[in-house]
Design a protein around this ligand. Sequence first.
Ligand code: CMC
Length: 395
Amino acid sequence: TGMFTYDPGFLSTASCQSAITYIDGDKGELLYRGYPIEQLATNCDYLDTCYLLLNGELPNESQRKDFHSLVINHTMVHEQMQYFLRGFRRDAHPMAVLTGLVGAMSAFYHDSTDINNPEHRQIAAIRLIAKMPTLVAMAYKYGMGQPFVYPRNDLSYAGNFLRMMFATPCEDYVVNPVIERAVDRIFTLHADHEQNASTSTVRLCGSSGTNPFAAIAAGVACLWGPAHGGANEACLNMLEEIQASGGVAKVGEFMEKVKDKNSGVKLMGFGHRVYKNYDPRAKLMQETCNEVLAELGLENDPLFKLAKELEKIALEDDYFVQRKLYPNVDFYSGIVQRAIGIPVNLFTGIFALARTVGWIAQLNEMISDPEYKIGRPRQLFTGSVKRDVPPLAQR
Ligand code: CMC
């Protein structure tokens, strides 16, 4: 058994070669295809970023227009998907619903089933990017007991999503450009993050040659966990609990619990396997938080104050300094989303929507790699040596 390298949690194993996303964890730097996340989040929109991740270069003006209209033309989902969705309890967690819906896409679109066929992958990619906002909004509306809102193709990607979320038959939703921009930025910041748990899951799942929608559904399932995409939900729940127990005055007490290893309490939205410095996405998210709260007249939002106080204390505290724990993307994203009116249990669904393009780009890259084979890790066996099955009476 000594032939295999044992690396629990893959702390030092590169599972693939990739040219998509680069993270310098010590500097706190994130590049998609070489471009700094700060520039992409400021000078480009989410669909530009999708194009970049998928194709390696930013689109020129005509490529941009074509890509936008291609995506926009696939925003509707098969009408029958509604009946599949209606099988869920109304109080089901949106991530449970979304895992099911994305997996179910494999049963609806029969011309994009072959993961090894580049044309199939291309159409599956467009469908997924186009339909994820529709599915997330449908999961939300279903939980609310409200009718579904069909996509409108004259709106931007983020604007259409907001309208599908918040329009009702009684009142249309007028897109506020500040909110639209914020949502677009949330999407961009979450678009890819190299070989994180859900992306590695998608690669491993796809490596068997499974249906592309099924591979993405596996990514959604993995993202759900609180150590990964579920952290934004867990972070907001944490802030609300501290607020309910007394707010800023109770921060010290809470921090003592976090530092007590036996308490099982973590400062959610802090720490990262790769970043040992400020997560650049957290900085951009904090900026967006300021903009959105100002636009909505919520500058005094108590949770934002609380988050900033927690951050301030943590960044000066030995426990966090020694372990190089800094805010990650999830620390502020929940506050922005909550201000916009997105319910806490939908945060991870929005993360999944945004990360879909990263999963697809990584899947494409893997399958196009001439060295690609099925992922099949080995093990160090620690179980029993060979033995005989005893008769029932002797067990
Ligand atoms: N609060 C308190 N202590 C922490 C935290 C935290 N948030 N994060 C790490 N630590 C401690 C940890 O207990 C360990 O201490 P010690 O060395 O004394 O045993 C040390 O810091 C190193 O942490 P680790 O758990 O060994 O690091 P990891 O790379 O295995 O885990 C992590 C990374 C992100 C899972 C972890 O930092 C964490 O659980 N953070 C909270 C959840 C969170 O915000 N996740 C979102 C990650 S970013 C977005 C995404 O990926 O979806």
